[in-house]
Design a protein around this ligand. Structure first.
Ligand code: CP
Length: 311
């Protein structure tokens, strides 16, 4: 296969920064790291001597640790602090913390924060030529999750324009959905459907280039790719959190509702999963599920992104 041209970008803040050519390069690079590093338990030291600083101001299992593993597989020096032990707890500002890590030689900051646009803000305030990756900001963007989702789809069903993709659940608060929808458009996917209760559909849905459904039967018909999303309680007032039993009855991805999709549809979920709320265990652990493949692909995709930014 011909090696694709490496794109030039310093930061990765949102999916919309990328084009089809750049995503194609990242697919190729992620495939390379899957086979040359993950499958062989081998290091690929392209970031040898570089310092990568993970700053996760929100809980995370997948993103935080896959960035950590990816950076170590690339030979970087990785700082991955428990945020409660940083001097921010003594009143140091976010930017002073960033400047401190810049002074220690950080080449790349990986930022997760509950406030929208924090990664963008940090990128604009840097005093060095370090890079910034947005590892999820509020309900805004989660571009590396979007890229690992696209990569997982590409490995199973590479013909994006022909795909029918259905995303189910709390779209309103989902940065994952926003990044994935943008990425699917970049890859020329023609049919993107959302299935959600009216209260969990974003106000700007008309600008997202999607079809909206309120029943699983209508939204899942002949789908090739099915994405279930968690209800993001941490971004809701208590009164607006849906009753989990009622939500499961109407929007839970079960064997019965999945039967509306194509028999070879793949089932995805960015995690963390709330079983028996948005997805049944028989589906999450079933033969169509690629949920743990997404996690594994996430390490390779994050290696691909960091390698692209820093080499
Ligand atoms: N998908 C995702 O971002 O999961 P974490 O919150 O565990 O990182």
């Amino acid at each position: 296969m011909t090696k694709k041209t490496k794109p030039t970008f310093r930061h990765l803040i949102e999916m919309g920064m990328l084009d089809k050519q750049a995503i194609g390069y990242l697919f190729q690079n992620a495939e390379h790291f899957l086979t040359s590093s993950l499958e062989k338990d081998a290091l690929q030291k392209t970031l040898s001597g570089k310092v990568v600083t993970n700053l996760f101001f929100e809980p995370s299992t997948r993103s935080r640790h896959s960035f950590l593993i990816a950076a170590k597989r690339l030979g970087a020096i990785v700082i991955n602090p428990d945020m409660s032990t940083l001097a921010t707890a003594k009143g140091e500002s976010l930017i002073d913390t960033i400047r401190t890590f810049e002074a220690m030689g950080t080449s790349l900051f990986v930022i997760r924060h509950s406030d929208n646009n924090t990664a963008d803000f940090i990128a604009a305030e840097l005093s060095s030529n370090a890079s910034v990756i947005n590892a999820g900001d509020g309900d805004n963007q989660h571009p590396t999750q979007g890229l690992l989702d696209l990569f997982t789809i590409h490995r199973h069903k590479p013909n994006f324009p022909e795909l029918k993709v259905t995303i189910i659940g709390d779209i309103l608060h989902s940065r994952v959905a926003r990044s994935l929808i943008e990425g699917l458009h970049i890859m020329d996917a023609q049919t993107i459907r959302l299935v959600a209760p009216t209260a969990l559909v974003p106000n700007d849905v008309d600008q997202l280039g999607v079809q909206v459904f309120h029943t699983m039967k209508d939204g899942l018909q002949d789908a090739d790719v099915v994405v279930a999303l968690r209800i993001q309680k941490e971004r809701m007032q208590d009164a607006s959190i849906p009753d989990p039993n009622k939500f499961y009855q109407q929007f839970g991805l079960t064997s019965e509702s999945l039967a509306y999709a194509k028999p070879d549809a793949i089932v995805m979920h960015p995690g963390p999963i709330n079983r028996s709320v948005e997805i049944d265990s028989s589906v999450a652990d079933g033969p169509q599920s690629v949920i743990l493949e997404q996690v594994r692909n996430g390490v390779a995709m994050r290696m691909a992104i960091m390698d692209c930014l820093l080499t």
